[in-house]
Design a protein around this ligand. Sequence first.
Ligand SMILES: NC(=O)c1ccc[n+]([C@@H]2O[C@H](COP(=O)([O-])OP(=O)(O)OC[C@H]3O[C@@H](n4cnc5c(N)ncnc54)[C@H](O)[C@@H]3O)[C@@H](O)[C@H]2O)c1
Length: 434
Amino acid sequence: MHICVVGAGYAGLVTAACFAEFGLKVICVEKDTEKLHTLREGKIPFFEPGLEELVKRNAEQGRLSFSSDLRRGVRESLVIFICVGTPSREDGSVDLSAVDEVARQIGESLDGYKLVVTKSTVPVGTTRRVERIIRECSQGAYQFEVASNPEFLREGSAIEDFMRPNRVVIGAESDQARAILKDLYSPLYLIETPFVITNIETAEMIKYASNAFLATKISFINEMANLCEVIGADVHQVAKAMGLDHRIGPKFLHPGPGFGGSCFPKDARALAHFAREAGVSLELVEAVLRVNRQQRERMVEKVERVLEGVEGKTLALLGLTFKPNTDDIREAPAVYIADQLLVKGGILRAYDPAGMKNASLVLDGKITFCEDAYEAARGSEALIIATEWNQFRNLDFGRLKKELKRPLLIDLKNIYEPSKVREKGFEYIGVGRG
Ligand SMILES: NC(=O)c1ccc[n+]([C@@H]2O[C@H](COP(=O)([O-])OP(=O)(O)OC[C@H]3O[C@@H](n4cnc5c(N)ncnc54)[C@H](O)[C@@H]3O)[C@@H](O)[C@H]2O)c1
């Protein structure tokens, strides 16, 4: 079967490469000429473990190709996945202009039956809107259908998440659409992946409810951490014991500087917004977002408090991405914290294994980018860990002590055991650790 994936971003490129790996013939359409050029050279325009090899192999074996020509993509395919960005607007609503544009182009390119699938995270009602736009632009000349198939992959483990998902959600109206989508995902039947087959609105809603719930867990444990800090309890132990309760589970109970990235903040804001428009106030989701904003600010206050002000002080910042194993800095708490520390007069030396190129687009000229953690530590009055990259979990404290002006570790991701760090002659400040 031939399929078309529109948008070669974090979600689209993984989708295209993984479907090609399933044996399908995939044409991936990208409008950014620079990205397209990179892809055609066999490289990928961002960092995602394993993706370059996967893209290269499938391109070489003729199953994956790249184009800027959506008309060709539509004409050569039975199924078209829309994977373009759906960023937040100022008021929290979703900017659907890229989705609308693709829908218009699909409508103008139809030449026979097509199944158009929204994989981008879109507010409930958007897949119907796509259907309306295509119908208007194709003037009813051809039969087509729409479906929703939200994507749950996580940056940093995107290929594994796509290849071995917890579930596949399909929102479709007809037996034909359901059968086509089930067929595309047939390799996942062999590994007994659960399929949730539902209507379009429910499928769209599942994605938002899932992300909002995960964001809620994070804001919840961050609130508990803030209380633990004041009353002398250790949130690490609290979270561990809570997680052992099977009804709760251990995941997403790690306190820190709050959630970031291109999905949780944007999707929680969008959910709250489209709920409000539907006349429903989502008090909990609004609170989750508020707690998250405050959490980042608390981290800045924490650094200021420990150092009794940061003006004129040199600080080492480890981690700039919103999570490890990605170069994505969209809404990264680390970038917010860096920005605020700069505003307060701090001098920053930063290191991130993959995020410095993107970070330089927003912080260039304002901070010093370093080769590694030790260079960042040189002459600094504190070492701040803001992203839990594996390579930060086993730092050489002897070496750090020689580089740092003051042996102070501010561990905003709680990756170290406080007593062990103190044994090495360091002051240790974590999040919610009494
Ligand atoms: N990033 C993730 O981990 C993730 C996970 C699940 C779902 N999603 C969702 O997937 C969608 C895409 O997210 P992303 O992170 O991949 O975004 P992204 O910004 O990395 O990628 C979007 C891509 O679409 C391209 N594009 C825009 N308009 C186009 C057009 N008319 N024709 C062809 N290409 C076009 C852009 O140039 C860009 O390369 C969003 O709705 C997001 O919420 C993302």
